[in-house]
Design a protein around this ligand. Structure first.
Ligand code: HAM
Length: 427
């Protein structure tokens, strides 16, 4: 029987998992220093949660199914909507802002390729109920700071504001649904598709030209001054621009960091309402976007009050690709215990348990191997030390301690072996 992994999924072996956990821990620590706390939500949710306002592309990619009770459920494609649901179910009365972070797998039915999977992980956060340039700037800083703490080089933080583009579309009285479609095409970066979509839309040539030129506008904060003049006659866009200018100023309070103003950011999800940002690692090529986020108002969309929030998610798998960590050799245990004679088995078990009891990773030969084979297995595990229990040794109250690095051996008092290992392994 040929049973293989489903397309677009991966298995992670020991060394890769070790590296992933290391990165996860740095992110956890960083998010916690900014006052965020972890939450966990179900892997599957009511399908409606994602179809109300998630964007055509994401909705098309949802894995969904009907359960035995006839419920329409979906494997989550992202975690912002689940967190908004959790907030509505459990936290509406809590003082705001509420800072939550999460690490979990998401599922999207996409065409798999390097950096694009059907099951992938997101590490992200949501700051619920705190729309202000200060809150937004802090969220963006947390993302950039996390990457700096991970030692990632060559990433670019691009910040924009959806209100500027949407303001032009609204001025042209283009209804929301069509706006969402246009923003989706801008997000894909497909200029030809955008041109042909706009051909079928009633839009003045002035607005059309403005839209096309804003999409390609990026640079330093001075870009905003250049754009201000162009937005004359587009009041919604102008007020979004002023809001955005305040965010750009506020980012400076958080210290130096390279930010690119990028008015072409449209985001692939429909729920954003204000500032948006994306982080790219250009050397990753087509899947260079390792992080996306922004300000949104999903709670109101779900029928709650107006609670604006800001958040982002790292694509954890792309982040791992960008970090290019060495997989190196794995040390599976520090100590390996080998009962040389069968009669010493009970004592070997006791010794192994004592070593584990003081927090040292230890294993023992469970397969009744001959010494040479057992030593080679210990070597395969990367054990630093081997404890040999021979009949004669034990009768004399001793065991043999073997250093696997230089193959030197010495007799150690049975009563002292654990302390001795503690000293050398935990120093
Ligand atoms: P998103 O941009 O759709 O935003 O996803 C966030 C990140 O997940 C992307 O930047 C990308 O790195 C990664 N990603 C997306 N799809 C895949 C895939 N198929 N394979 C590997 N990585 C992928 C969101 O999901 C929003 N919920 C982010 C957010 C949080 N906005 C506000 N709060």
């Amino acid at each position: 029987m040929d049973i293989s992994r489903p397309r677009g999924t991966r298995d992670f072996l020991f060394a890769e998992m070790r590296n992933r956990k290391e990165v996860e821990n740095v992110l956890r620590r960083t998010f916690e220093t900014y006052g965020y706390h972890e939450i966990k939500t179900p892997i599957f949710e009511d399908l409606k949660l994602f179809t109300v306002k998630s964007g055509e592309e994401v909705v098309n990619q949802i894995y969904h199914f009907t359960d035995k009770g006839g419920r329409e459920l979906a494997l989550r494609p992202e975690l912002t909507a689940p967190v908004a649901r959790l907030y509505m179910n459990e936290m509406q009365r809590d003082p705001k802002p509420i800072k939550m972070y999460y690490f979990g797998s998401c599922f999207r039915y996409e065409r798999p390729q390097a950096g694009r999977f059907r099951q992938f992980w997101q590490f992200g956060c949501e700051l619920i109920g705190g729309r202000s340039p200060l809150a937004e700037a802090e969220v963006i800083t947390l993302a950039a700071d996390s990457l700096r703490r991970l030692g990632l080089e060559g990433f670019e933080v691009h910040v924009g504001h959806l209100g500027i583009l949407r303001g032009i579309l609204s001025r042209e009285k283009i209804e929301d649904e069509l706006q969402d479609r246009i923003m989706g095409i801008i997000d894909k970066g497909d200029v030809d598709e955008l041109e042909s979509c706009l051909d079928g839309v009633e839009i003045s040539s002035k607005s059309r030209d403005l839209l096309m030129s804003l999409i390609g506008t990026h640079g330093g904060p001075e870009v905003l001054d250049d754009v201000r003049g162009l937005l004359e006659g587009y009041p919604e866009s102008l007020s979004a621009l002023e809001e955005f200018a305040e965010l750009v100023d506020t980012l400076e309070y958080f210290g130096p960091g390279e930010y690119h103003v990028n008015l072409g950011i449209a985001r692939g999800l429909d729920y954003y309402t204000g500032a948006v940002f994306e982080i790219y690692v250009p050397r990753l090529g087509a899947q260079r976007q390792i992080c996306g986020g922004g300000t949104y108002n999903l709670v109101e969309t779900f029928g709650g009050e107006r609670v604006e929030s800001t958040g982002f998610a790292f694509g954890f798998d792309r982040l791992m690709n960008a970090l290019e960590m060495d997989e190196g050799d794995m040390r599976m245990v520090d100590v390996f215990v080998i009962p040389i004679h069968e009669s010493t088995l009970p004592e070997a078990v006791r010794i192994t348990q004592e070593i584990r009891g003081v927090g040292i990773a230890a294993d023992m030969d469970l397969a009744g191997r001959k010494l040479r084979k057992a030593l080679s297995y210990a070597d395969h595990l990367g054990a630093r030390f081997v404890v040999l229990t021979g009949e004669r040794d034990l009768q004399e109250g001793k065991v043999t301690l073997r250093d696997m690095e230089d193959a030197s051996q010495e007799a150690v008092d049975r009563a002292e072996i654990v302390d001795r290992l503690k000293k050398i392994c935990c120093e």
